[in-house]
Design a protein around this ligand. Sequence first.
Ligand code: ASP
Ligand code: MG
Length: 496
Amino acid sequence: MLFHPLKLKFHSHEKLEPNGELWEAQSWALRIVMKFGGTSLSDGKRIRNAAELVKRYKGQIEEIAVVASAMGGVTDDLIGAAERAKAGERAYVEGFLERLSKRHLDALEEAVSDPGLRGELAGNIERELSDLGRALIGVSYLSELTPRSRDYILSFGERLSTRILCGALRDLGMRAEYFTGFEAGIITDANFGEAAPIYELARERVKAVLEGRLRSGSIPVVTGFIGGTADGIVTTLGRGGSDYTATILGALLDADEVWLMTDVNGLMTADPKIVPSAKTIRRVSYSEAAEMAFFGAKSLHPRALEPVSEKGIPLRIKNTFDPDGEGTLITKEGGDRSDKVVKAVTLIKNVSLITVSGAGMVGAPGAAARIFKILGDNRINVLMISQSSSEYNISLVVPRASSKEAVAALRRDLQERGLVKEVISEDDVCVVAAVGAGMRGTPGVAARVFTAVARKGVNVRMIAQGSSELNISFVVGESDGATAVRAIHEEFSLGS
Ligand code: ASP
Ligand code: MG
């Protein structure tokens, strides 16, 4: 048995007893959107396994829509190839296309056994590759890579992998149909590289394309990560966007659940590389998961939770390589009241701490707003902010890759206006975040966090608590990060 059949009877969180253990029987058809990540599809054997898993689930779940990522590493390779093409490196591009072709044709051979089907798919793959080749060569002649052509190029990873997965399902005797995200109805804005769905348009289309097929028992197999503008220009939903595709489809199709089939057991109490006793978290709420995703527990696409949380559709994270395992279930309630106050502690590396200081900010309304505006205009993401009560300092945490740019932009603007004296950046820092809804209204959590950290002799440089009170985050020296994570993990007994 692949999974506990009772769990599949779980329909919506309203049906749960407060202890979270009662699974109600139900008589209507179950509809699940199941997404496979790149590691689960990284070679032909794994693609075959994923298809076999879907087939077995299909024995118990009436309606399944599948979403697929690119084969592991392919999106990164495509980004690299697009850059090399822009630099005019045509020989590199040729070699790249050959490697990409070999990787997918090898996978096809392992994943699909029927010679006729294989031949048909090989033809499709070759056509995709020649379209990709033309695009890359075009970029190399123009030495120009627009966000629009970049999205087009990046879309090929999913087009190739998804065709093979769909073929493997058909090879196993399933009725499966291939769709790009756009063909499936995901119409987006034209914000290339980070497009978002236009629900008013996508809703009708997705239903029109997929609803009848699902009801008839056919399995739509949809490329993750890619959509298209209303006039059909290819867009991508941002890195890791296949999660987002799955939850968008889940919401538009009123799925019972969305499953993210990945290479870990679920969200964890900490990174097991830092804390060997880290455990899979069985249940979290959407808002807790959002904090964890943002702070990198297991990178969920930052917007992937939106569509399902709005509709209250449970999201499960499961391990493709251990599908029987508990996984993590993300719902509105996120578990019962006996849960731990702190559920997870995460470490974010590659950040910088920027401190803006000067008497000009004291009592000057709008200083913080000004800072945000400057960083926003320069498209720099701010992870944390805190202001000392003297108003003499504002500290911010930004991704390290944008720290130089952030400092330059802030200096240019603020020093010119005489608003601040100094803008400095420290790169040898990291952020530690403790997450859990139980902190809200539980006094003393912060004290426990910082006492535990202080006991290990770790110096805290900046503190911020989200107004949601779902997390307490603080900045420590880079070399202290792991110690701080372990201290909190231990203090809240997350390993047991
Ligand atoms: N292939 C895309 C990426 O690597 C989307 C995804 O895997 O979710 O970002
Ligand atoms: Mg990926």
